[in-house]
Design a protein around this ligand. Structure first.
Ligand code: NAD
Ligand code: UDP
Length: 360
C-alpha cells in the first residue's frame, strides 16, 4: 500500500514504529470514560473500527468528541445492564470497561454498581460468544482489598470485606472475574482479565473524588488539600498511556496468557507525599488538611508486575513527575469554576446526557 493510501492512524503508527494490525471491529464499553476514551483514541489511531458504548453515567461525549470526525468511530448510548443491541456490527474484540470506578461514584448507587459488574459482564460475554469475539475485562487492584501480602501478585486471593461500603465494587469485580473465567471454560470464548492499579492522566473527571484529580484541582485553586487519615496509606500510580499499552498487548496475547494480569506502576508512594509533590509542582499556596480516613480504605497497594513484563513484555515508561506534569497542564486548562467543582463525599449529581450519541 502506498503512503497516500494509508489512513492517518496507520501513518502515525508507522512513524511510532509499531506494527500495523489488520483493521478490526472493536467494541469498547464505557468508552466515553477516562480510560475508555484513551483506549478508543489508541484503537482509532491504529486504523480499527471502534464502537463506543456508554450510558454517560460517569463518562462524557466530550471525551470522544475528537474521534467522532473519523468514519470508523461510532458512539452509541446504551446501558450494559441491557443486552448489547443486535443492530451493532459484529465484533472481533470487546473491551469491557463500563462501570463507575471512583469510590464516590460507585458508592452513590451500590446495588446498581454490583449489578453492572455482574450483568454488564454477562451481556458482553453473550455477545462475544455470538460474534466469536475475544474479550478483555477491566478488573481492579480492589480485588486484593486491604492486602496482607505486599506487593500484590495475581495468585494472592485478597482480603476483602463482603459487606462494607466498598464491597459493591470490590466483590462485584471479584464476581465478574469468576463469571468471565467460568464462561470461557464452558464456551471457549477467549477472555483476558486485567487488574488495573490506580491510573491517572488527562480526562480524569474533576468531580469523581479520586486522589490525583482532587489534589491537583485543590492545588490549582489554592484550596486546602484534603489528605484522608494521616496520609501514610500508599498507592502506586500508573500514567494512562502506559496502562493503555498494557491493554492492547494483553488483548493481543496468545493462549499462554491465562488468568488475571496486573497492570500498574510499581513505584509506590504515600498519599501524604503525593500531596507534597503536587503542591511543589503547581507552586501552590494550598495547605494540607486531614480528613477522616474512609472505611476499609486499603493501607497499601503495589502491583507485582512480573507476569505483565514476562508474558507481555510490558513495563511502565512514564515516571510520576512526567505524568503529573501532563495531568496538571490538562487540569490547568479546564474550567475550574464552581459548576465543575470537585466532590470529596458520595452523592454526586448525574452527568448530562449527550445529544451527540446514537441511541439504540
Ligand atoms: P470512568 O468512570 O471514567 O469510566 C467508566 C465508563 O463506564 C463511563 O464512561 C461511564 O459512563 C460508563 N458506564 C458506567 N456504567 C455504565 C452502564 N451501566 N452502561 C454503559 N456504560 C456505563 O472510569 P475509568 O477510570 O475510565 O474506569 C474504566 C474501567 O476501569 C472501570 O471498569 C473501572 O472499574 C476500571 N478501573 C479503573 C481504574 C482507574 O484507576 N482508573 C482502576 C481500576 C479499575
Ligand atoms: N484520598 C485522599 N484525599 C482525597 C481523595 C483520596 O487522601 O481527596 C486517599 C484515599 O483515602 C485513598 C487514596 O487517596 O487512600 C486513593 O484514593 P482514590 O479514591 O483515588 O483511589 P482508591 O481508594 O480506589 O485507591
Amino acid at each position: 500500500m502506498s503512503a497516500r493510501h494509508k489512513t492517518t492512524g496507520q501513518v502515525r503508527e508507522e512513524r511510532a514504529g509499531r506494527r500495523i494490525a489488520a483493521p478490526k471491529s472493536i467494541c469498547v464499553t464505557g468508552g466515553a470514560g477516562f480510560l475508555g476514551s484513551h483506549l478508543c483514541a489508541r484503537l482509532i489511531g491504529e486504523g480499527h473500527r471502534v464502537t463506543c458504548i456508554d450510558n454517560f453515567h460517569t463518562g462524557r461525549p466530550a471525551n470522544v468528541a475528537a474521534l467522532a470526525r473519523s468514519n470508523r468511530f461510532e458512539l452509541v448510548e446504551h446501558d450494559v445492564l441491557d443486552a448489547l443491541p443486535d443492530q451493532l456490527p459484529s465484533f472481533d474484540e470487546i473491551y469491557n470497561l463500563a462501570c463507575p470506578a471512583s469510590p464516590v461514584h460507585y458508592q452513590s448507587d451500590p446495588v446498581r454498581t454490583a449489578l453492572i459488574c455482574a450483568e454488564g459482564a454477562a451481556n458482553v460475554l453473550y455477545r462475544a460468544d455470538r460474534d466469536g469475539a475475544r474479550v478483555m475485562h477491566a478488573s481492579t487492584s480492589e480485588v486484593y482489598g486491604d492486602p496482607e501480602v505486599h506487593p500484590q501478585r495475581e495468585d494472592y486471593c485478597g482480603n476483602v470485606n463482603t459487606v462494607g461500603p466498598r464491597s459493591c465494587y470490590d466483590e462485584g469485580k471479584r464476581f465478574a472475574e469468576t463469571l468471565i473465567t467460568d464462561f470461557a471454560r464452558q464456551t471457549g470464548v477467549v477472555v483476558k482479565i486485567v487488574r488495573i492499579f490506580n491510573t491517572y492522566g488527562p480526562r480524569m473527571q474533576p468531580d469523581d473524588g479520586r486522589v490525583v484529580s482532587n489534589f491537583i484541582l485543590q492545588a490549582l485553586r489554592g484550596e486546602d488539600i484534603t489528605v484522608y487519615g494521616e496520609g501514610q496509606q500508599t498507592r502506586s500510580f500508573c500514567y494512562v498511556d502506559d496502562l493503555i499499552e498494557g491493554f492492547v498487548r494483553l488483548m493481543a496475547s496468545g493462549p499462554e496468557v491465562e488468568g488475571p494480569v496486573n497492570i500498574g506502576n510499581p513505584a509506590e508512594i504515600s498519599v501524604g507525599e503525593l500531596a507534597r509533590i503536587v503542591i511543589e509542582m503547581t507552586g501552590s499556596t494550598s495547605r494540607i488538611v486531614h480528613k477522616p480516613l474512609p472505611v476499609d480504605d486499603p493501607r497499601r497497594r503495589r502491583p507485582d508486575i512480573t507476569r505483565a513484563s514476562s508474558l507481555l513484555g510490558w513495563m511502565p515508561r512514564v515516571p510520576l513527575a512526567e505524568g503529573l506534569a501532563k495531568t496538571i497542564r490538562y487540569f490547568a486548562r479546564l474550567d475550574t469554576s464552581p459548576s465543575a467543582s470537585i466532590q470529596s463525599q458520595p452523592g454526586v449529581a448525574p452527568v448530562p446526557r449527550s445529544q451527540a450519541a446514537v441511541s439504540i
